[in-house]
Unconditional design. Structure first.
Length: 238
């Protein structure tokens, strides 16, 4: 028996008007809190999107539970279909910017997790839903700074580079190597072909022991940005 359901009483574990209302309210509340976290960081899928996804999967599970109790069906077909629908929604929410950056990946994963959260609530698995809610919320809200720290200290990173002319590319490569950086890959970005700039996506590895010990990506990029022919440089997926 579900621990939280046992504390609430038998009514919360059975399928009745009050338990349905309770599960819908719980689903709305938990998804709203996660949606607020995403909205506060100005992500495209915010409060309403997370609420609708969670409520949709909650209703799907409630219908499946009702059909199973009334008609003794052994399959949760509507719930399974809702998971597929969430997968399609989350896939479409992943975007590639003009700078070849993948955007929306964390938000897509959050939508998928909230969908499963809604299924748990709809099934009356309150303990699993509570554990899942706190796990997802902590992952989204509390690990952002730590993730940025790890990325900033990594030996590998990508940059969006804008040169005033393609003739400076050879000189730029020579300068980068003198700084102790290894160029793993250079990709020309055609999105800026008519901008008058020569734009590239470059994968770099910190090869110098001194750079590995003392310099962060931010400091390295600031040093590169001081070069005269560098119009702009920015770390990707920072």
């Amino acid at each position: 028996m579900d621990i939280i359901g046992k504390l609430l009483g038998e009514w919360s574990l059975q399928l009745n008007v009050w338990s349905v209302l309770f599960r819908v309210c719980v689903s709305l509340l938990l998804s709203a809190m996660i949606g607020c976290e995403r909205s506060s960081k100005r992500h495209s899928a915010g409060l309403r999107t997370f609420i609708v996804i969670s409520l949709g999967t909650t209703f799907a599970m409630l219908i499946d539970v009702y059909l199973r109790e009334q008609f003794e069906t052994g399959w949760f077909l509507i719930s399974a279909a809702s998971v597929v629908a969430i997968a399609l929604i989350t896939t479409n929410s992943i975007l590639f910017s003009s700078r070849n950056q993948i955007r929306g990946l964390t938000t897509s994963a959050g939508l998928w997790a909230v969908g499963l959260l809604g299924l748990s609530v709809g099934a009356g698995l309150y303990t699993i839903a509570a554990i899942g809610f706190f796990s997802v919320l902590i992952s989204l809200a509390c690990f952002n700074g730590f993730e940025k720290y790890l990325k900033n200290r990594s030996n590998h990173f990508e940059v969006h580079l804008e040169l005033t002319s393609s003739t400076y590319l050879k000189e730029f490569i020579a300068t980068i190597r003198k700084l102790g950086l290894i160029i793993d890959d250079i990709e020309f970005n055609p999105a800026y072909v008519n901008s008058g700039l020569s734009v590239y996506t470059i994968s770099l590895t910190v090869g110098s022991p001194e750079l590995k010990k003392y310099k962060t990506h931010k400091e390295i990029i600031e040093a590169i940005s001081s070069i005269d022919y560098v119009y702009d440089i920015e770390e990707l997926n920072a």
